[in-house]
Design a protein. Structure first.
Length: 318
């Protein structure tokens, strides 16, 4: 299913998009090249807000998480104003989808920040992530697959540059798996095995639909970008992570390492605080995906949903 542009006479060249996830809130400010229509990144920013803390068990976004979200959005608004973006679009994903109090949260955010949050369905999230992940890459072998491991959900999408063949959003994510299975960090062997079994069962149910794309898999979002950072031996995020190819052996090694390492030691490796306690679960999802699907390698994209949202908005005014 390809995204279809809507014709209008208005031209918009600079946009800000905010991706409000279960663990992080990501800001992109981008500009469209007037000649080619291609996307040019002006600024990327990330804040770990853990919006989805407790949502898996309670289906409610907690008051302290709402405050962290609002504080983050107010900071982002100031940055957006400095860059003179012509439009701001904020979208939310798994945690907001699952929360019974999402209407109250959205109303509170609108009242205090002036930002209207659009809650994406799992299918919409998958489609826009696919669009954003491969933006600028024009010679990928087809069909290819995109995997997006978030805090609350994982999206699988298979398709080509001309459109999407199939997509699904699965309720397995780094925060959700950590909260559901790990009572200790590092986890006890039985906790780790229970998480592995659950992840494998969920992924196996979709194997037939997506296995054709296993030869070219693009991975996005915090877990995969952080693994790319570690594979390159970097202490912090860098644009050079974009396009990094990680082998199954790399992911297997890191999954085994995280399973035996404390959160404090993981932070010392270069994993940021706020992600270090859930990086094992995210790595476990990727590991089980690669093992089950027979994917030999993952190509890291530092792009993703926020890029797809920007492209969607530009297509509306094309």
């Amino acid at each position: 299913m390809a995204l279809r542009p809507t014709s209008t006479t208005y031209t918009m060249n600079r946009i800000a998009t905010i991706d409000i996830g279960t663990n992080t809130a990501l800001l992109l400010i981008a500009e469209r090249d007037a000649g080619t229509g291609s996307l040019h990144t002006l600024l990327n920013r990330q804040e770990i807000i853990r919006l989805g803390k407790g949502v898996d068990s309670q289906n409610t976004i907690q008051a302290d998480a709402i405050e962290r979200l609002i504080d983050c959005l107010l900071q982002y608004k100031a940055v957006i104003a400095q860059h003179h973006a012509e439009k701001t679009v904020a979208v939310a994903t798994s945690a907001m989808r699952d929360a019974h109090n999402r209407t109250d949260v959205i109303a509170s955010v609108l009242r205090r920040t002036g930002l209207q949050i659009e809650v994406l369905s799992g299918e919409e999230e998958a489609e826009l992530t696919f669009l954003g992940a491969v933006a600028g890459w024009t010679h990928l072998p087809e069909p290819f697959m995109v995997i997006d491991i978030g805090g609350g959900s994982t999206e699988l999408v298979i398709g080509s540059h001309t459109g999407i063949e199939a997509e699904i959003s699965l309720d397995i994510g780094s925060v959700r798996i950590t909260e559901r299975f790990f009572r200790h960090l590092p986890p006890q062997p039985d906790e780790l095995q229970s998480a592995k079994r659950f992840i494998t069962e969920v992924l196996a149910s979709e194997l037939a639909k997506f296995i054709e794309g296993r030869e070219m898999v693009v991975g996005v979002a915090g877990t995969i970008v952080t693994l790319g950072q570690l594979c390159k031996g970097l202490r912090h995020f860098s644009p050079e992570i974009h396009g990094t190819v990680m082998q199954y052996a790399d992911i297997h090694r890191l999954q085994q390492l995280f399973a035996q390492t404390s959160t404090e030691e993981i932070i010392q490796m270069g994993v940021e605080q706020g992600r270090a306690d859930v990086i094992l679960a995210g790595t476990l999802i990727l590991h089980q995906f690669m093992r089950l699907f027979g994917a030999k390698a993952i190509t890291v994209s530092t792009q993703g949903l926020r890029y797809g949202v920007a492209l969607r908005e530009w297509r509306k005014v094309a």
